[in-house]
Design a protein around this ligand. Structure first.
Ligand SMILES: [Zn+2]
Length: 312
């Protein structure tokens, strides 16, 4: 292989590093558990993975969880990385690796990856949602990642969809993430069971959204309702995005997006009902195509924007 770009996806549980070919294929992926002992250990773990990859020159793109300042290279307080606060990750990695590093928020990177080589390929305006432990988002507008005034744009999970809804993981009430994330779906089903509803899930004391999806496929009414409820809220949020941004494509990724028709049908129907006709007809609402490679691809794309190694 000639050329390519090194990119890293830093998650709360795993670090994955790979070389992305100029054609946008992820090759040579390596992974290691994310150290839970602070930023220095994470920097070291990333460096060891990168050193095991084929030696390709150029900047290293790194997708990081949670809010950050791309300009300053500082990661604020990622909810999935314990003990991190205002970490100058770009500088730390550059010193350790001896090469330039580009940071990006992981949902933004995944959205960019789907736009570049995934379900949104060829579009000019894309909205990306990822629904898993949280609900994240990324916006590609006019063929560029939209970061907003201080790099915090795209937080689709933290728009209010029900002012009387539950308190979100961010501490504010009524946000989409507090209603439609995987844990929120499971929590709602648990609550219904506690109130006496019958369900295949009642035999378990704890379960995840994946098990809710399995029960829904097995014909469980409560599980189907739990997914449908989340789907409707996601659909209302999508309708707002269609009316606001008029994208060509809305890509929905993350583990919960794999829950099938019990989530997707209500999502599409709610989006249809709550959006204007023109933006509705202009947009495809589709599942993500890249799975867990999206973040690495997006980070690689950003790392080569100036270098020109990766291109169309
Ligand atoms: Zn929130």
């Amino acid at each position: 292989m000639t050329g390519g770009t090194v990119a890293v996806d830093l998650g709360g549980s795993w670090i994955r590093a790979g070389v992305v070919s100029p054609q946008g294929e992820v090759v040579d992926v390596l992974r290691a558990p994310t150290p839970q002992t602070g930023p220095e250990a994470v920097v070291e773990a990333i460096a060891r993975l990168v050193e095991r990859l084929p030696p390709v020159p150029g900047k290293v793109g790194v997708a990081v969880p949670g809010p950050l300042s791309v300009r300053d290279g500082v990661v604020f307080e990622p909810p999935n990385l314990h003990g991190w606060k205002d970490v100058p990750l770009q500088r730390m990695l550059q010193e350790r690796l001896g090469r330039a590093v580009v940071l990006e928020n992981d949902a933004n990177a995944a959205g960019l990856g789907e736009w570049w080589r995934g379900a949104g390929r060829g579009s000019r305006h894309l909205v990306y949602l990822t629904v898993s432990t949280g609900v994240g988002g990324g916006l590609v507008l006019d063929g560029r990642l939209y970061r907003g005034a201080t790099d915090t744009a795209g937080e689709i999970g933290h728009v209010v969809v029900d002012p009387a809804g539950p308190v979100c993981s961010c501490g504010r009430r009524g946000h989409l993430e507090g209603i439609a994330s995987g844990p929120a779906i499971a929590r709602w089903a648990e609550e219904q069971i506690r109130q006496g509803r019958e369900s295949l899930l009642a035999a378990r004391t704890r379960f995840s959204a994946r098990e809710v999806a399995e029960a829904a496929e097995a014909g469980d009414g409560l599980a189907q309702e739990a997914l449908g409820r989340a789907g409707r809220y996601l659909g209302w949020a999508v309708a707002g995005l269609l009316n606001l941004l008029n994208p060509e494509v809305v890509v929905v990724g993350g583990g919960v997006a794999r829950a099938g028709r019990w989530l997707w049908d209500p999502l599409r129907q709610a989006a249809r009902e709550a959006s204007f006709d023109r933006p509705w007809r202009a947009a495809r609402i589709v599942p993500a195509a890249l799975g867990d490679r999206a973040g690495i691809l997006g980070a690689a794309y950003l790392a080569t924007q100036e270098g020109g190694e990766v291109g169309e």
